[in-house]
Design a protein around this ligand. Structure first.
Ligand SMILES: Cc1cc2nc3c(=O)[nH]c(=O)nc-3n(C[C@H](O)[C@H](O)[C@H](O)COP(=O)(O)OP(=O)(O)OC[C@H]3O[C@@H](n4cnc5c(N)ncnc54)[C@H](O)[C@@H]3O)c2cc1C
Length: 474
């Protein structure tokens, strides 16, 4: 067995891990980043393609949280984590939510001033900006519908750098913070899964890993470290801690943004190269309306979910785009590592309130798309019927049910939670796992509740804050 030594081991290289590694390496710490997935050159595969799923997604595609209904979700599994497959839409954590969490979970130093300072630094370093030219038509249609109804709509900035011709490049972790950490001396070890952490008393001494060599064979590897940051994301971080025998408040309270879809057909072609940047925030933070990727495959899947006669819409798929309503769920889920199973069991329980909020979201989504000029709407609800005018939306209220609705999410948080309230949290105010002096979590798991907005900004801001605290206080 190979044994490596490092000062700080960072497990996972996504939004949380890359932020941690770059901050620590910049201050001269000896950092090793272990990433289960492969290194994929940033331009090697086309965004939103099947090829991308195979190369960069965990399980080569979606997973599912079991429940009624089950909720499909996706995670990145490559250097850069989910930032490599996401849409790069950026939304700072709303100040009033941060304030609420500070009280509820008793999080020290979680003030607007501190969070804004870190958010500004991350935004400057990562280049967060709006598209310099007009947003794509699929995006403008949302704006058009909102204007017609008198609803608030916002064009979100993105983690993108634009050249003078307006061509954008997403600033993923594999493009920015990971190379920056490496330039500052960090080592990145891809294709290496941490199986469990080794502990002695209240300290973690290292990690037992399996590394896939370039010839495909697997080697056992132990990494000894003085400090460990677990940054595997809201599903994998609690699973790793549980596999390592750490269970108190770990993997409970998982939160997500359940999303219900509509495939909308327009009397003209809609662009399919990018996702819409506009979001309807009239009902935020509990309900937001936006658009997802609408390549041919996405359109076909969304149409199939409606179980209506979709042959004609499919034949004209260039005129169809996929939109969604996402809710801030009051339900919660659980992550459970089961001995002998490679993937953790994920469950999620929607409340009755969530189901009715989803119905409301679906109807509002229908209203805005019809106001935007859509001629046919196919909801992801079995038997709900195709809507061609506002009166057709009425049956959608009753059609949304646990049995007939197809839901998905790409936002997963809160499976460990931070704060001084030990009854509700798995880690302290800065991510240190209770009962362990040198073990920290620094990723989506710490975000104490569903933020109601795209979470990458909150995750990176919190990770930067916690990394600074570690550097200053150990
Ligand atoms: C399709 C999609 C679209 C999205 N769009 C947006 C968006 O537009 N805006 C936004 O704000 N958010 C978006 N998100 C969400 C956002 O990308 C995630 O919330 C964020 O990346 C999570 O950061 P993280 O560090 O917690 O985990 P991740 O970024 O998922 O990184 C975790 C990494 O750890 C690795 N890992 C896990 N366990 C181990 C182990 N045991 N050993 C070694 N490595 C391990 C994983 O392979 C992974 O690479 C999207 C997500 C998806 C999937």
């Amino acid at each position: 067995m190979t044994i490596l030594h490092t000062e700080v081991l960072v497990v996972g290289s996504g939004a949380g891990g890359a932020t941690t590694a770059a901050a620590l390496a910049a201050r001269g710490r000896r950092v090793t980043v272990v990433e289960e997935g492969p290194w994929v050159e940033p331009d090697a595969v086309e965004p939103f393609s099947l090829e991308e799923m195979v190369a960069k997604y965990r399980h080569h595609g979606p997973s599912a949280a079991l429940g009624a209904p089950p909720i499909a979700f996706a995670e990145g599994r490559c250097v850069g984590g989910s930032t490599e497959i996401n849409s790069g839409l950026w939304h700072r954590l709303p100040g009033e939510l941060a304030e609420e969490w500070r009280h509820t979970y008793r999080i020290d130093g979680f003030t607007a001033e501190v969070l804004d300072r870190h958010a500004e630094q991350v935004e400057r370093a990562q280049s967060v900006q709006k598209v310099p030219a007009d947003a794509p038509l699929s995006s403008m249609l949302l704006e058009r519908g909102a204007t017609a109804l008198g609803w608030r709509s916002v064009e979100f900035p993105r983690v993108f750098r634009y050249d003078t011709a307006g061509r954008g490049t997403k600033q993923t972790m594999a493009r920015t913070l990971i190379p920056q950490a490496v330039a500052d001396g960090a080592e990145v070890v891809p294709e290496t899964k941490v199986l469990r952490l080794e502990r002695s008393g209240d300290r973690v001494t290292g990690a037992r890993c399996q590394r896939r060599r370039t010839d495909g064979t697997i080697e056992d590897l132990t990494i000894r470290a003085e400090h460990v940051f677990v940054c595997g994301g809201a599903i994998q971080s609690p699973a790793l801690l549980q596999r390592s025998g750490i269970r108190a408040n770990i993997g409970r309270g998982l939160k997500l943004h359940p999303t219900i879809k509509v495939a909308a057909r327009f009397p003209h072609t809609v662009d399919h190269d990018d996702v819409p940047m506009h979001r309807i925030t009239e009902f935020a933070p509990n309900l937001t309306i936006g658009g997802s990727a609408s390549r041919r495959g996405h359109v076909a899947l969304a149409l199939a979910d409606s179980t209506a006669d979709t042959a004609d819409a499919l034949a004209h798929w260039e005129d169809v785009a996929v939109y969604y309503a996402a809710i801030r769920s009051e339900g919660a889920g659980r992550v459970l590592a089961i001995p002998g199973l490679k993937a953790p069991l994920v469950t999620y329980r929607l409340t009755e309130g969530d189901v009715s909020r989803l119905a409301r979201g679906l109807v509002h989504l229908g209203e805005v798309l019809l106001a935007a000029g859509a001629t046919e709407l196919y909801p992801s609800v079995t038997g709900a019927g195709v809507a061609r005018r506002p009166a057709d939306l009425f049956p959608w209220w009753g059609a949304v049910s646990r049995q007939r609705t197809s839901l998905m999410t790409v936002h997963l948080t809160s499976s460990i939670r931070m704060g001084e309230d030990r009854a509700r949290t798995g880690a302290d105010s800065y991510g240190r796992v209770w009962g362990h002096r040198n073990l920290r979590v620094n990723d989506a798991s710490l975000v104490p509740d569903a933020p109601g907005v795209n979470p990458q900004a909150a995750i990176m801001t919190i990770a930067a804050r916690n990394a600074e605290h570690f550097l200053e206080h150990g």
